[in-house]
Ligand binder design. Sequence first.
Ligand code: ADP
Ligand code: MG
Length: 214
Amino acid sequence: MPEVISSTIMMVPHEEHSPLQHTGLGEGRLEIICGPMFSGKTEELLRRVRRAQIAHQPTVIFKPATDTRYNKEAVTSHDANALPSVTVANSAEILNYLSSQARPITVIAIDEVQFFDDALPATCMRLADQGIRVIAAGLDLDFTAKPFGCMPELLCLAEEVTKLHAVCMETGRPAHFSHRIAGGENTVEIGEKDRYIPLTRQAFVAARNEENKQ
Ligand code: ADP
Ligand code: MG
């Protein structure tokens, strides 16, 4: 009997090399970070990027040209955490940038992903299939509580989804909605606390009802 056990243990080293390791596809995956404004999406994206950099993994952060807040050459959180980034006009420019790099990039992060074109989910899939770890952060809902841009597709395609909450400005409870307090009716209107506040469902419904009365 003891001989049987020892031969089982001897088998383990033969399984060390999985087919995935041979093809280099082991790290490719799609991670989504979503939630309302001020929920810490950018902070979480920066945290994951910093850890990848500590692991010496070549990393690039992209952001859409639509996001004109803060510095053009950095992704910046509301807490003024920042890392350098590349501004792109669309998802094709992400592919162009990556193919122009001399050394292969293994981790990419994309902030404000809801502002990208419809080709972004396919682009993320293509990169993840090629072995790249893709971390994408963005709003899941627009200010009318409708799913935002390509976010629904990304949520389905991702291996991992992190849904964050802000602090409700009415109740102090976890907030899931971004309520627009100033500005027009366009879906995309860039702004900060002057234009948006995070609210719970109850506070959001109450605010919309109040607006409809006026
Ligand atoms: P997001 O990218 O989701 O808009 P950020 O990561 O840029 O959020 O900023 C998160 C930070 O915003 C928090 O750590 C906190 O310091 C600050 N903050 C300001 N207002 C709020 C709020 N109502 N709820 C949560 N965090 C807030
Ligand atoms: Mg952000």
